[in-house]
Ligand binder design. Structure first.
Ligand code: NAP
Ligand code: GCO
Length: 271
């Protein structure tokens, strides 16, 4: 008979978690849930103003987080930030590559510079930050890396070519980190959120001048078996699972938290 399962497997007590771009949105919600189960929270954002806003928001939740100003695309800055975190807070046990942008432009109208910027933040940066934390995880004998992927890791749609290319690449980067560092007891997995109500998707949910819902809002609700947009709270249980000892044999997996979108052809017309 194996040992009995304990809920402490989901605890993050004593763990240091770095969540990138976590002043608000999905990153903030994940960080708060990690703190709720004992983790020490470290986050970065692109400006002191945003870091201060984030620190205030964490404080209001009773969390004394550690905030650092750093652009995730700046490899030297990230290397220095990780060394500073290790000196001031401790070795990073859990990394969530959350920071990301989207640019919704028809591909034939998108500049190469705009395309590169999305790839830089959404794909190159997870490489840069993962590369910075892996050596200490190897020395420590364990680590968790969680990449925030997307429906666009699996599906395309109009106007999001750069984002889909980045998130598709992030899925494969996740699988490759899992492959290359599994023997060092580092698990790298992805979370693929569905359509979540955050500032990033606010333009897709704007109420129209006639008071009706945005056509895309109606489209997504019809494409989601749960018949609703996701909330950031829908993501935190899966995130705690992938950050905890409970997932030590889960590696290279993209956990889609999408209300069933990827399983569903879409609401059939009512006859
Ligand atoms: P969000 O509300 O736009 O927040 C993104 C965060 O990343 C912001 O704090 C942003 O800071 C930060 N950031 C952007 N560029 C950065 C950089 N170069 N360096 C450091 N921080 C940077 O987005 P969200 O909806 O919470 O999404 C978070 C992640 O989930 C993203 O990777 C996104 O692609 C992914 N995702 C979102 C959804 C959704 O439906 N919302 C679904 C699937 C996946 P600034 O405010 O300074 O830009
Ligand atoms: C879009 C949305 C999506 C979501 C998310 C879906 O314009 O299609 O922004 O890309 O952000 O990535 O999983």
């Amino acid at each position: 008979m194996g040992s009995s399962f304990s809920v402490t497997k989901f605890s993050l007590e004593g763990k240091v978690a770095l969540i990138t771009g976590a002043s608000y949105g999905i990153g903030f919600a994940i960080a708060k849930s990690f703190a709720d189960v004992g983790a020490t929270i470290v986050f970065n954002d692109i400006s002191q103003e945003l870091v201060d806003k984030g620190l205030q928001a964490y404080m209001e939740q009773g969390i004394s987080a550690h905030g650092y100003v750093c652009d995730v695309t700046d490899e030297e800055g990230i290397q220095a930030m990780v060394k500073q975190i290790e000196a001031e807070v401790g070795v990073i046990d859990i990394l969530v590559n959350n920071a990301g942008i989207i640019r919704r432009v028809p591909m034939h109208e998108m500049s190469a510079e705009a395309f590169r910027q999305v790839i830089d933040i959404d794909l190159n940066a997870p490489f840069i930050v993962s590369k910075a934390v892996i050596p200490s995880m190897i020395k420590k004998g364990h680590g968790k890396i969680i990449n925030i992927c997307s429906m666009m890791s699996e599906l395309g749609r109009e106007t999001v070519s750069a984002y889909a290319a980045a998130k598709g690449g992030l899925k494969m980067l996740t699988k490759n980190i899992a492959s290359e560092y599994g023997a060092a007891n580092i698990q790298c997995n992805g979370i693929g959120p569905g359509y979540i109500a955050t500032p990033q998707t606010a333009p897709l949910r704007e109420i129209q001048e006639d008071g009706s819902h945005h056509p895309f809002d109606q489209f997504i609700v019809a494409k989601t078996p749960a018949a609703r947009w996701g909330e950031v709270e829908d993501l935190v249980g899966p995130a705690v699972f992938l950050a905890s000892d409970a997932s030590d044999f889960v590696n290279g997996h993209i956990l889609y938290v999408d209300g069933g979108i990827l399983a569903y052809i879409g609401k059939q017309p009512s006859n």
